[in-house]
Design a binder for this molecule. Structure first.
Ligand code: ZN
Length: 290
């Protein structure tokens, strides 16, 4: 069933009849997302969407952690990585203008495109999903977490509102969204389930088999029914204004980047790095003592 494709930072396979799987494959970097990885995910999702034998897709990740977020050490010139897909050009403009279109393409644009793909997409999450890591989870339909999974968006420490796909209040409710943003603290798998953000929590050793079994069950149903069900739920959220809310937050996000650029000469407040590192160390010490 393996179908090799020329990807470097992900794998694409078909682990079962009618099920495709995309696996993040940079475990040594905690699956930090480069622009190349994001384009590869987008290509692999297209492969699955245009393959009529695929009825359901799994997003998985190698290694201990699902994703540490965007790998901002990779500042590849996007126009040189790939021609734009979302219709935004102008990467060459200096200052906030050029940076905003870059994020419109590979962050907000991709997430919203993926959210609106027609086939069911299930994410299996282990370990940490930090900031941009959530942007490979929240656009999709069903979330299966292993019991060690943790979800966080600590970027308020960078003088920002949150990551670029701002659906926090829709995902965890408005009170918890404010708490997770204000404190930067992670939400564990069990709590995420009580909030309705995660569908099921399973032991780490059963994550792959449990997710595959659910994907197989979903994939046994007629494609047209699955597509209509997905669109109907998505349209319920659309009717509540989800896209308008995301765009408003994205505009503020770019006010934040521009403000940091004027004050610090870079897109984030550099003091945030120390705050986030210090708190990550402290939480590791606490969990090591347990
Ligand atoms: Zn940003």
């Amino acid at each position: 069933m393996e179908q090799p494709h020329p990807f470097d930072e992900i794998r694409y396979d078909k682990p079962s009849e009618r099920v495709a799987r995309i696996t993040l494959a940079r475990p040594e970097k905690h699956n930090g997302q480069t622009p190349k990885m994001l384009y590869e995910i987008n290509d692999a999702l297209d492969l699955a969407m245009y393959d009529d034998d695929v009825h359901a897709v799994i997003i998985a990740a190698d290694g201990k952690n699902f994703s540490s977020g965007h790998d901002i050490s990779d500042q590849s010139n996007l126009g040189e990585v790939r021609p734009p897909i979302m219709g935004f050009g102008g990467y060459g403009h200096s200052g906030p203008q050029g940076y905003m279109v870059k994020e419109q393409e590979i962050y907000l644009g991709f997430c919203w495109r993926w959210r609106n793909l027609p086939k069911p997409i299930i994410v299996q999450v282990q370990g940490k999903a930090i900031a941009g890591g959530l942007m490979l989870i929240w656009p999709f339909d069903i979330i299966i977490a292993s019991d060690d999974a943790e979800f966080s968006d600590p970027v308020v420490a960078f003088g920002m509102n949150g990551h670029e796909y701002f659906v926090h209040a829709f995902e965890v409710g408005n009170r918890k969204a404010k708490q997770m943003l204000f404190t930067g603290e992670p939400i564990g798998a069990a709590e995420a389930k009580t909030l309705g953000m995660v569908n099921e929590v399973v032991p780490r050793g059963e994550l792959e088999s449990f997710t595959l079994a659910m994907a197989e069950k979903i994939a046994s149903r007629p494609m047209i029914g699955l597509k209509m069900a997905k669109m109907s739920v998505n349209q319920s959220l659309d009717a509540q204004g989800i896209w308008t809310a995301i765009q408003s937050a994205f505009n503020l996000h770019h006010f934040g980047h521009a403000n940091n650029r004027v004050i610090y000469g870079e897109i984030v407040d550099p003091a945030g790095r120390e705050i986030i590192k210090r708190e990550a160390r402290a939480s590791k010490d606490t969990s090591d003592r347990k």
